[in-house]
Design a binder for this molecule. Structure first.
Ligand code: FES
Ligand code: FES
Length: 156
């Protein structure tokens, strides 16, 4: 089947199987920044934004996306022009293997879009579905605080 998808601001017609998840569709079309982990909704590494809300793309059928806007981590910033959240993760040392990072960054983006001065509890709740095997989370929480500060002060 073929449908139009709005991914990172670009509308394109994509062919996919009715059994494909959004994760399948994205990775089959070179959006490999969306990471493939448990495929059962437990790790959050496949997180994307659907109309600004974080979802596990492995748990969403591609056919059910409809007109919703899909945003991957490359949709908020690039290597040349990183988003303040992406910079904060690098500056705070919150990235080790990096596998969880796209999902962490997008969950952070969704949090800070609604609340630019989150408490530590707010941050823990927002990142609850995103697992990291490497960092022990302390530096990730530091990164979210730093990102919030940058965004509050319009810093890059
Ligand atoms: S791959 Fe989707 S939650 Fe783990
Ligand atoms: S940095 Fe390796 S899983 Fe999080």
């Amino acid at each position: 089947m073929k449908k139009n998808f709005n991914i990172n601001g670009k509308v394109q017609q994509i062919e996919f199987s009715p059994k494909d998840t959004l994760l399948d569709l994205l990775r089959n079309n070179d959006y490999t920044e969306v990471k493939d982990g448990c495929r059962e909704g437990s790790c959050g590494t496949c997180t994307v934004l659907l109309d600004g809300n974080p979802v596990n793309s492995c748990m969403v059928f591609a056919a059910s996306v409809g007109e919703k806007v899909v945003t991957t981590v490359k949709g908020i910033g690039t290597n040349l022009e990183p988003h303040p959240i992406q910079k904060a993760f690098a500056e705070a040392g919150a990235v080790q293997c990096g596998y969880c990072t796209p999902g962490m960054v997008l969950s952070t983006y969704a949090l800070l879009s609604k609340n630019n001065n989150p408490t530590e509890e707010d941050i823990k709740t927002a990142l609850d579905g995103n697992l990291c095997r490497c960092t022990g989370y302390v530096k990730i929480i530091d990164a979210v605080k730093l990102a919030a500060e940058k965004m509050r002060n319009n810093l890059k």
